[in-house]
Design a protein around this ligand. Structure first.
Ligand code: DX5
Ligand code: ZN
Length: 218
């Protein structure tokens, strides 16, 4: 399976978002990861629809929107209208899970369920046949720059095994604390879509860093 790198906009210089987007896309990333936080589902607030709409005007790259909001079903159609290509929402949110997946798909985007570190991975299994991607959080959602939680690796392996046993080809995304070292661990466990924020933006040669993250297993 091919690996993909999704750069988290949260680590970009917000005052220079347009040039940051050019820098990221020039470095060869596959997607932009756009974290939406409402200050209720997570203890932080970021940005939302109007910013996404402007980002969409600035680039053709795949926009991978991660909703960390309380009632995502209310907003998914509008996020698709503003340019989202993939929408992840949390299984811990209060929206009905299957209805939200269907709402994302009927609005024309790919659907993913995101799961926090402490939620059992088995909770997503019944939805796998309907999903394009599963997002296994490798930090507590809310902030960039946190340390990778190693205990989440077994959840990646478990969901990978389940996907294979069902004969599916669902992508597995990981988000939080991804750098050149943790990337190797998550890829070995079965993840193939790697979100990186602080590590990627701090790296001296972004293109080389993207290639390192994306490199397939030998
Ligand atoms: C955290 C966000 C992440 C964050 C990742 O809640 O979902 O996407 O930007 O940032 P790093 O790579 O710095 O952990
Ligand atoms: Zn995220």
């Amino acid at each position: 399976m091919r690996n993909y790198v999704s750069a988290s906009v949260l680590s970009a210089d917000m005052l220079n978002l347009k040039s940051e987007i050019s820098k990221i896309t020039d470095a060869g990333v596959d997607m932009l990861h756009f974290d939406v936080m409402d200050g209720v589902f997570v203890p932080n607030i970021t940005y939302g629809l109007p910013v996404l709409e402007q980002v969409r005007k600035a680039t053709d790259i795949t926009l991978d929107v991660h909703l960390m909001i309380t009632d995502p079903i209310k907003y998914v159609r509008r996020f698709v209208q503003c340019g989202a290509d993939i929408i992840s929402f949390h299984i811990e949110s209060k929206s009905n899970t299957l209805e939200t997946v269907k709402a994302i798909k009927s609005a024309g985007a790919k659907a993913a369920i995101a799961i926090k570190p402490d939620t059992p991975i088995e909770n997503v299994y019944e939805y796998l046949p309907y999903l394009d991607m599963v997002l296994v959080m490798t930090v507590e959602p809310g902030f960039g720059g946190q340390g990778f939680i190693y205990d989440t690796v077994k959840k990646i392996s478990a969901v990978k095994n389940k996907i294979v046993s069902l004969g599916l080809h669902t992508d597995i995304q990981v988000d939080g604390g991804i750098n050149d070292e943790t990337a190797e661990i998550v890829k070995s466990a079965g993840a193939n879509v790697l979100v990186s924020g602080s590590w990627l933006f701090k790296s001296e040669n972004m293109q080389e860093s993207v290639e390192k993250l994306r490199k397939a297993e030998e």
